[in-house]
Design a protein around this ligand. Structure first.
Ligand code: HEM
Length: 509
């Protein structure tokens, strides 16, 4: 009898809420389950869903209410002043926090998953690497070597035989090779002429999908599913495959170190990042809470490998997709490249692409605009989150309770009329160029695709340069045509990858 009364009451509540549901675009906050039904219903198109909510409610921030007793009340914001506040001004009050650490457990004690002194430690080591005076020239040389020896010959081959190629998969192989070559000084050669499938990539995708799904569930729910073993076996196997790869890389570097004669201090010009971490482990100068050196190295390397591996390939793929839709932009980039890198060059050696690129890269304003515009419309990392320590009030007036989650949706931020204007859905590199023809600066809290403040992406400059080198070399040589009937759609996951890849034909121009 009691159950019947409760059941009838709940039905009445649902009917009441249905008729009195929010008509201002904010999802209905149902009794017991909060806004979870709307989230589940729209999960497959979550980024578009956030745009709709923000646009309909004409606010740039909203409070997502989770189920009762679930601690799933989340502030979702795209408001630049809130981004600035959380990521910069009140940086000390907003951390990754325990919820993030649990969801991303597979990243262990690496930079992404750490706060306070452990994060400062990683940040300092990484800065000694990315901020080294030799870093830029070394990494550009490595990118160009791989382009010259493998990417361009592959594209030449494909264009010669008129066959289709998945450009997203190709870029992914290229950038994972690149990131290993830069972080480890070792090229695993994922990019090869035969393009045989790489199970490691599938494992990374699958793990990221599981982690992404965890965002849409109360912690107790995904933990319960894990306890039941739902999807767990596959997840554990995928994680293990990724760990096996990182451990193999570490073992290989260890073996190399044993063979190498110890170098004189003056001989060491530039250490790769893993070597920097290994020196720390050998000198016992790692943070005290990481007792196992190998485990610590695995976490450290894995985080940089994941950060740099697939993010630039996603950006490159969307750039070329947008160029296929906007051939006038391709033509303008080509004109700029020809005018600046070919005609304006006073040196006789016209084949030396890398030297010319290095010399003129800051003058390639239109190319820069096209890259920023791509990242605005298709940010490789579409969302980011932080957790509050103490209560606070955001510049938008929204109240923050202690231990509350704040999600920034960079995909929605880039497509807000109130932030970027009525033409925000158009691909316009001109948006990034001043009237005087210089690069237009946009603050990182408005264009927050690389994050902002003290935790801004450490690979930002490297990624932008990498995208521009590859784009310039390809645009000067080829036209890209999407294969007829092939659907290019974004996937919903931690990264904005292309769901069905990017099948194209390459035509020599
Ligand atoms: C288009 C390419 C890329 C995009 C859009 C991107 C975006 C981001 C974002 C949104 C964050 C999170 C910032 C935060 O937690 O507030 C981040 C962090 C980071 N990124 Fe990138 N990234 C890119 C490429 C790279 C590359 C190539 C590397 C080099 C290995 C890299 C290394 C890092 C590192 C180390 C962090 C952690 C910073 C920290 O927590 O202190 N990223 N990136």
């Amino acid at each position: 009898m009691t159950y019947l009364v409760i059941f009838t009451l709940l039905i009445c509540l649902f009917i009441f809420c249905y008729f009195f549901r929010n008509k201002n675009g904010i999802p209905t906050n149902w009794p017991l389950v909060g806004m979870l039904p709307a989230l589940f219903q729209n999960f497959h198109r979550i980024n578009e869903f956030f745009i709709e909510i923000m646009e309909k409610s004409s606010e740039l921030t909203f409070l997502f209410k989770g189920p009762w007793f679930s601690n799933m009340n989340v502030i979702v914001t795209v408001d630049p002043s809130n981004v600035h506040h959380v990521l910069s001004k009140s940086f000390g009050n907003y951390v990754k926090g325990p919820k993030f650490n649990e969801i991303f457990e597979y990243l262990g004690d690496g930079i992404f998953n750490s706060d306070s002194s452990l994060w400062q430690y990683h940040r300092r080591l990484a800065h000694s690497f990315f901020g080294h005076p030799k870093f830029n020239s070394i990494f550009m040389k490595k990118i160009w070597e791989e382009m010259e020896s493998r990417l361009i010959p592959l594209l030449n081959n494909v264009s010669k035989h008129g066959v289709e190629i998945d450009l997203y998969d190709t870029f992914k192989r290229f950038t994972f090779d690149n990131v290993c070559n830069i972080l480890l000084d070792y090229d695993p050669k994922f990019l090869s002429l035969d393009l045989s499938p790489i199970p490691l990539f599938q494992a990374v995708n699958d793990v990221e999908e599981v982690i992404f799904r965890r965002h849409a569930m109360p912690t107790s729910m995904w933990k319960f599913m894990r306890w039941l073993g739902v999807g767990e076996e596959k997840y554990q196997k995928d994680c293990q495959m990724i760990y096996d790869f990182t451990n193999k890389m570490i073992a290989m570097k260890r073996a190399e170190r044993k063979l190498d004669n110890p170098k004189e201090e003056s001989e060491v010009i530039f250490d790769n990042l893993l070597t920097i971490y290994m020196n720390e482990v050998e000198n016992h100068t790692t943070p005290t809470n990481s007792s196992n050196g190998d485990e610590f190295l695995k976490d450290a390397f894995l985080n940089f490998f994941i950060a740099g591996g697939d993010t630039t390939s996603v950006a490159l793929s969307w750039l070329f997709y947008l160029l296929t839709k906007n051939p006038h932009v391709t033509n303008k980039i080509r004109e700029e490249l020809n005018a600046i890198m070919v005609e304006r060059d006073d040196d006789d050696n016209n084949d030396d692409f890398l030297r010319k690129f290095t010399k003129h890269k800051n003058e390639l304003v239109y190319l820069h605009g096209a890259v920023c515009e791509t990242l605005r419309l298709y940010p490789s990392v579409p969302f980011n989150h932080k957790n509050s320590i103490e209560s606070d009030i955001l510049p938008s007036g929204h109240r923050i309770k202690p231990n509350m989650q704040i999600i920034f949706n960079m995909y929605a931020q880039g497509r807000m009329k109130s932030i970027w204007g009525d033409d925000c859905n158009e691909f316009k590199p001109e948006r990034w160029i001043t009237e005087r023809g210089n690069i237009k600066f946009e603050p990182s809290y408005k264009f927050s695709v690389f994050g902002a403040g003290p935790r801004i992406c450490q690979g930002k400059d490297m990624a932008l340069t990498q995208i521009k080198i590859v784009a310039a070399a390809i645009i000067q040589r080829y036209d890209i045509e999407v294969v007829q009937g092939h659907q290019v759609v974004p996937d919903v996951s931690l990264k904005l990858q292309m769901k069905h890849g990017f099948k194209v034909k390459i035509v020599r121009c």
